[in-house]
Design a protein around this ligand. Sequence first.
Ligand SMILES: C[S@@+](CC[C@H](N)C(=O)[O-])C[C@H]1O[C@@H](n2cnc3c(N)ncnc32)[C@H](O)[C@@H]1O
Length: 278
Amino acid sequence: MQLEAFLEEVERAFGGDPQERDPLDPHFAELAGAVAGYTSANELAVLNAAARVMPSDECYLEVGSYKGRSMCGAVQGVSDKTFYVLENYLEFGMQGRRAREELEHNLRAHASHADVRLLEGNCFELLRRPGVIDRPVGVYFYDGEHTGLSHYLALGIIEPWLADEAIVLVDDATYPMVSDAHEEYIARHPQWQVVRRWDARENNDPRWANGLHALAFRRDAANPRGAAEPWDVQWRRLAYRAALGPGQKAAWTAIERFPGLIPLAKRLYPSKKASSID
Ligand SMILES: C[S@@+](CC[C@H](N)C(=O)[O-])C[C@H]1O[C@@H](n2cnc3c(N)ncnc32)[C@H](O)[C@@H]1O
């Protein structure tokens, strides 16, 4: 996946600098109106630009699909490539059959032309499983849970799967806990760099929601594919497994069962996600 091709395609999709513009194709706004979700029309156009220029021997992987809006946007006009959706149906009451059914319904309605494969489970567990993806990841979109630890791990856990050159798009990146996590990761892993920041001016900014950052990854000889997991990723993964993962699961399950906890969750988890728990 070539970084330059991606940046040119983004510019083409907006007819200039996307920070101050809407995408030229009105279909992304229509999709955002038709499919419940959290990604803005501008974000959908950027995801789609990445999918368009990704080589077909690589794949596009998304973590955190909710009801499928971001994936429906990514695949528009792209019928010859492979897309993976990875979702654990944990947040926003997205539990069980109902959540899966809504996601599948939306994919049928807006993405039936594309090869979209559903992976169910926690990304931090599933992406440890050999062979779960059948080709290198050229585009990775992370829109899963937003804690500093999860964001650091979101980069660490995908690195072995990435193509030698890849684009990584991180949602909600205007939140300091998100951008701090990727800056911290990049400081230890020089194969990564931030190439674009489309920041939100306010919470739920109509153009950029809560911000989208584009990171580029270029594998180098010192860090070949198949190298052992570095210690900074390893200990965070163990910490996640022992504490944060089970804690998040318990919290979301409690909110689902006891809606009276919603005001407390909004105070503790100040993001677009919590503002729309109800
Ligand atoms: C903000 S929503 C995604 C919004 C979606 N991309 C859209 O366009 O509307 C975040 C989703 O990530 C899922 N999620 C959170 N943590 C996850 C994890 N560790 N593994 C897999 N999915 C996760 C949640 O269940 C939730 O549906």
